[in-house]
Design a protein around this ligand. Structure first.
Ligand SMILES: NC(=O)c1ccc[n+]([C@@H]2O[C@H](COP(=O)([O-])OP(=O)(O)OC[C@H]3O[C@@H](n4cnc5c(N)ncnc54)[C@H](OP(=O)(O)O)[C@@H]3O)[C@@H](O)[C@H]2O)c1
Length: 259
């Protein structure tokens, strides 16, 4: 079998979910390393931060994309593919998060999180897989979350589609490897972005986006299926998964807020 992780240097990267937070910091790292990057988000082409980077780096191109629209996603995938004549690494970084108590449940919030955290990746992979198969190599990286390990109170609308994406990745990895496409997932903990600004609890191991981006970039040197950090939160959530449900749920019950 080919070395799935050996890609051209510099690489041609498509990062979807690039306008702010972790994605924007990854773009900065990769441009500095000399890679060519297509940055996508709903308004990537008018983002002041990306426009500023475009002035400094010729290797940056911006492409608007809303992953909730599967037809537009297919068109944009073809467009992205032809921008640098192929893609070495596709990074799916889109995420939406809305913590909700039962009294706050809204159908539209569930739809939004399913589209951003799961179906958007599916729409893109359907459009991209034939290109990668024809090219005969490539890497796919999906930024999921340690939240995919175990459902926690109020966070299920976010973590359920993340768990679905992890399960899909596990299922697809062997078949994609047969086509010389390496699929890896990133499960990390809390990062200070607009997503976690919605949390009103103390977040253990919280890091700033530049640090998270550096850890992700370093992790990508590994061939492991899963790149994960930080150790403490991962250990705690892994233990919840391993212990009997009666124990795990009695622990997560302690996270409930008073009514
Ligand atoms: N922050 C954390 O603690 C944490 C922890 C674990 C995992 N993660 C995951 O890490 C990834 C990045 O999170 P972040 O915290 O950096 O979030 P963020 O700052 O909100 O960035 C999310 C990115 O996705 C884009 N996006 C959102 N909806 C989109 C859509 N429908 N179509 C296209 N692009 C869309 C956003 O751009 P526009 O809104 O401009 O379109 C933005 O560029 C997410 O997958 C998240 O679930 C985050």
């Amino acid at each position: 079998m080919k070395n799935l992780y050996k890609t051209a240097t510099p690489m041609k990267i498509w990062l979807v979910g690039a306008s702010q937070g972790i994605g924007l910091e990854l773009i900065k790292i990769w441009l500095e390393q000399g890679h060519s990057v297509i940055a996508s988000a709903r308004a990537a082409e008018t983002s002041p931060e990306l426009a500023d980077l475009s002035k400094r780096y010729a290797g940056l191109k911006c492409l608007n994309l809303d992953v909730t629209d599967p037809q537009d996603t297919a068109v944009k995938a073809d467009q992205a593919w032809s921008m640098f004549k192929g893609i070495d690494l596709w990074f799916y970084n889109v995420g939406a998060y809305q913590p909700m108590k039962i009294e706050q449940w809204q159908w539209q919030d569930f739809v939004k999180m399913n589209q951003a955290n799961y179906l958007g990746a599916v729409a893109l992979m359907l459009a991209l897989q034939p290109h990668f198969a024809k090219q005969g190599r490539g890497r796919w990286i999906w930024n999921i979350s340690l939240a995919s390990y175990f459902g926690l109170p109020y966070g299920g609308g976010y973590s359920a589609p993340k768990a679905a994406l992890l399960n899909l990745a596990e299922s697809l990895q062997p078949e994609l490897a047969q086509q010389s496409i390496a699929l890896q997932v990133i499960n990390h903990g809390f990062v200070k972005t607009r997503l976690t600004a919605k949390n009103d609890f103390e977040m253990p191991g919280l890091v700033e986006p530049p640090q998270a981006a550096r850890l992700i970039d370093k992790g990508l040197q590994s061939k492991s299926f899963e790149i994960r950090f930080p150790f403490g939160l991962r250990f705690f959530l892994s233990m919840l998964k391993l212990m009997p449900y009666s124990w795990a749920l009695s622990l997560t019950r302690k996270m409930l807020k008073p009514n």
